[in-house]
Design a protein around this ligand. Structure first.
Ligand SMILES: *Cc1c(COP(=O)(O)O)cnc(C)c1O
Ligand code: SF4
Length: 363
């Protein structure tokens, strides 16, 4: 049913009464919901995945604001201005964030299918402190004038909340530019509103074309994946769209070995390739979700590498103002000398391979 996604948006769960149809609120939760000035809410579908009785439910904690959001010890003020290099010499429309020469992030909307409590763009999307102007044509004109850009990452908000017609226009305009080699969408809808993957959207995204489309979604906990997710991802893949995941490492939600491994295995079981795990960024008011910097690499060491399918391995990165910085386990090389590299695996077993100098390949 193609209209189902629009019904989900019309019945968006963003009042206390609607939320109470899904969970028994604690007095603390209700108090915060009554007083918060931030945007919150999600679809009835995603709300139905919350545990009615458990305030510590990993899905519930991403949806319902916590009193801890009002504390901020480690978050940077004006985080997004810093992170997205908005305060620089280069003149760019508000919709274009740039950290690299050959690719840009193109923000086309400010609305989402869930207002994640841990969002690093919360100043823009959740708190509403930052006012920017996301004019699609202005962004397209800027991209057209920058032939060095070969990869456009369409983001938001959630770009899949645009209508089929708006998406068709955006994709057509980007594909008209000879320098564009690929289009990426960052969207949480395959997880929070899989009903959005309609026959109409498949028509817009599908069919063979010189310029491929990649979708990266955000799934942070195995409990977010259902039969409906599996079907939506299959539909995307079967019309030629590649699907990856960008998880956020969240304290108390997915930062233990068991959950972290189950998340990445379950993603593969519904054909989603784990791409990144992001360190929870130092945006204001999300200290309570943030782990120590070392945690991501430790989890890859203890939960994934060697412990499960190689395809289940994402790269752990810290997204910063100078780009993404990988932070992967660094214990594999235990030493080197003129003859050998000494290596270690996830079980602590040691081995060695010959150390070949750069010049010795030729005679
Ligand atoms: C994350 C990001 C990209 C894409 O980075 P990849 O490592 O290629 O996925 C591009 N531009 C900006 C501004 C980004 O934040
Ligand atoms: S869907 Fe993305 S942009 Fe929207 S609140 Fe969540 S993390 Fe932020």
């Amino acid at each position: 049913m193609s209209d189902e996604w629009q019904r989900q948006i019309r019945e968006f769960v963003n009042t206390i009464d609607k939320l109470k149809q899904h969970v028994n609120l604690t007095p603390g939760e209700e108090e915060v919901l009554r007083t918060t000035k931030t945007t919150w809410g999600t679809t009835p579908y995603f709300a139905s995945l919350m545990d009615r009785y458990d305030p510590a439910c990993p899905i519930r904690k991403q949806v319902i604001p916590s009193i801890q959001e009002q504390q901020n010890r480690y978050g940077m003020s004006d985080y997004l201005i810093w992170k997205e290099n908005r305060d620089t010499e280069e003149k760019r429309p508000d919709s274009i964030a740039r950290q690299y020469v050959d690719r840009v992030a193109f923000t086309v909307t400010q609305t989402c299918g869930i207002y994640c409590r841990h969002c690093f763009r919360k100043e823009l999307v959740v708190d509403g402190d930052l006012q920017l102007n996301f004019d699609v044509d202005e962004g397209l004109a800027w991209i057209a004038a920058h032939p060095e850009v070969r990869d456009v990452l369409v983001t938001g908000g959630d770009p899949f909340l645009l209508s089929d017609e708006q998406l068709e226009y955006l994709i057509r305009k980007l594909r008209e530019l000879p320098h564009i080699e690929m289009i990426r969408f960052g969207t949480r809808l395959p997880i929070v509103l899989p009903q959005r993957i309609t026959p109409g959207l498949k028509k817009v995204l599908g069919a063979y074309h010189r310029v491929p489309i990649w979708v990266n979604t955000q799934c942070n906990h195995p409990g977010e994946i259902t039969e409906i997710t599996a079907r939506a991802v299959f539909d995307l893949l079967s019309c030629g769209v590649n699907v990856g995941n960008q998880a956020v490492l969240l304290k108390g939600i997915n930062d233990d070995v068991e959950t972290f491994r189950a998340l990445h295995q379950k993603l593969l079981s519904v054909r989603i390739k784990p791409y990144y795990v992001f360190y929870c960024e130092p945006a204001p008011g999300i200290d309570h979700f943030r782990t120590p910097v070392e945690k991501g690499a430790e989890l890859i060491r203890d939960a994934l590498r060697g412990h499960t399918t190689g395809l289940a391995q994402p790269m752990h990165v810290i997204a910063t103002n100078i780009g993404k910085v990988p932070l992967m386990p660094d214990y594999y090389i235990t030493g080197k000398d003129a003859q050998c590299y000494h290596l270690r695996n996830h079980k602590g077993e040691a081995t060695s391979i010959p150390n070949m100098p750069e010049s010795s390949g030729s005679v």
